[in-house]
Design a binder for this molecule. Structure first.
Ligand SMILES: Cc1cc2nc3c(=O)[nH]c(=O)nc-3n(C[C@H](O)[C@H](O)[C@H](O)COP(=O)(O)OP(=O)(O)OC[C@H]3O[C@@H](n4cnc5c(N)ncnc54)[C@H](O)[C@@H]3O)c2cc1C
Length: 342
């Protein structure tokens, strides 16, 4: 019989982050469909209220590694904690969120447990009692369904693939695990967090809407002039009113390097596409962006797509958008901002 372990690092406030709760939901589904045992292992300075959420999901046992040494993301301590949990829980399947902290140690954990790891899974099913998982390859162009016989099989779950589990408290067995931490495991110190200016505030993975700005915002307009300051005001005004996430085309984020006037709040972190990100939002609006294939491949997981472009023959018109507004994005966004207020 399979034994499913949900493994996660706790947020600084003791809760489970959104991706962790999405992973909890998928681990719970796997355990239910496999008729498997289900338990959770949590790592953090303190694990309340995260452990209550895991208990509410039906975990029969909770393995906790707590203490100030585990409050930070550090390979040596996180992998020691995860290994101790796995030795206590003896899982055959491990589900963990594909967040940077977990991604740093999960391969090392698989090695220590003599297991195998597959990362960024986006779904699962059970066929003839056998777990199969979905994963995208080659910049989201090929979708594969895989299974493995090796155990333990460790899986990280891509953000945004499932509604997050929410719930608070249920009785369960709690086991606190003491992990021996020699000084040599604590040499790495976290001195602070540096977020890139601008992009840190404009990339919002949980937003309902992705707003993409293309290079057209910086190009000469009908009067022969470019209006970059006006473009910045319109884009930031819209983001401010809607809290949408900001994406950019490669051409736009690259123009900074070409000495042209740029929108300073757009960096390569905003880039959507083949060599950029593949974000997940229910809706997307592309503005002044041509909709070429290497860009649109990054829209794979955007459910409803709209675009504003002056050119009725742009890429979006060729089956890549649900709605194309053939219009001047400056005029449209000015009106939209007015309607949104202020
Ligand atoms: C190997 C490779 C990888 C790549 N990876 C990526 C990637 O990850 N992401 C990416 O984005 N691109 C990528 N590209 C580049 C991609 O092919 C395009 O060159 C790029 O997406 C074009 O950006 P754009 O649409 O913003 O600019 P442009 O092609 O310059 O289009 C600007 C658009 O703005 C419109 N416009 C101008 N003014 C207005 C206005 N007032 N109102 C409305 N519309 C207006 C124009 O009609 C035009 O369609 C890649 C290319 C290669 C070869």
């Amino acid at each position: 019989m399979e034994n499913v372990l949900f493994l996660a690092c706790i947020e600084p406030d003791g809760s489970l982050g959104k991706t962790a709760r999405e992973t909890l939901a998928i681990a719970r589904q796997a355990a239910a469909e496999l008729g498997a045992e289900f338990c959770a292992g949590l790592i953090g300075e303190h694990c309340e209220p995260g452990s209550r959420t895991a208990a509410a999901a039906g975990c029969a046992a909770l393995y906790l590694v707590e203490g100030s040494a585990f409050g930070i993301s550090r390979y040596a301590t996180d992998s020691a904690a995860a290994e101790a949990i796995a030795r206590a829980a003896r899982p055959t399947l491990v589900f963990a969120p594909a967040v940077s902290r977990v991604s740093r140690f999960i391969a090392g954990l698989a090695q220590r447990l003599n297991g195998r790891v597959d990362t960024q899974i986006t779904g699962l099913a059970v066929h003839d009692g056998q777990l199969v998982v979905d994963r995208w390859f080659y910049r989201q162009r090929i979708e594969a369904t895989l299974t493995r016989t090796t155990r333990p099989w460790l899986l990280t779950v891509a953000p945004g693939t499932m509604p997050a589990f929410d719930g608070d408290a249920a009785p369960t067995r709690v086991e606190r695990i003491a992990v021996d931490l020699p000084e040599s495991l604590q040499r790495t110190r976290v001195e602070g967090v540096q977020a890139p200016p601008g992009a840190g505030q404009t990339v919002r993975p949980d937003a309902e809407l992705l707003f993409v700005a293309g290079a057209g915002w910086t190009k000469p307009q009908r009067d022969g002039q470019s209006h970059v300051e006006q473009a910045a005001q319109l884009i930031l005004g819209f983001l401010d009113r809607t809290q949408a996430s900001l994406g950019g085309s490669k051409s736009l984020v690259d123009v900074g390097g070409e000495g042209q006037p740029v929108l300073p709040f757009l960096t390569h972190l905003n880039q959507v596409g083949q060599t950029g990100a593949t974000p997940r939002h229910p809706k997307g609006l592309a503005t002044c962006c041509h909709g070429e294939e290497p860009h649109v491949v990054g829209w794979r997981f955007i459910n409803e797509r709209r675009a504003i472009n002056l050119d009725p023959n742009c890429g979006w018109a060729r089956g890549k958008a649900d709605v194309l507004y053939v219009a001047d994005a400056f005029a449209v966004m000015r009106k939209v901002n007015e309607l949104l207020g202020g």
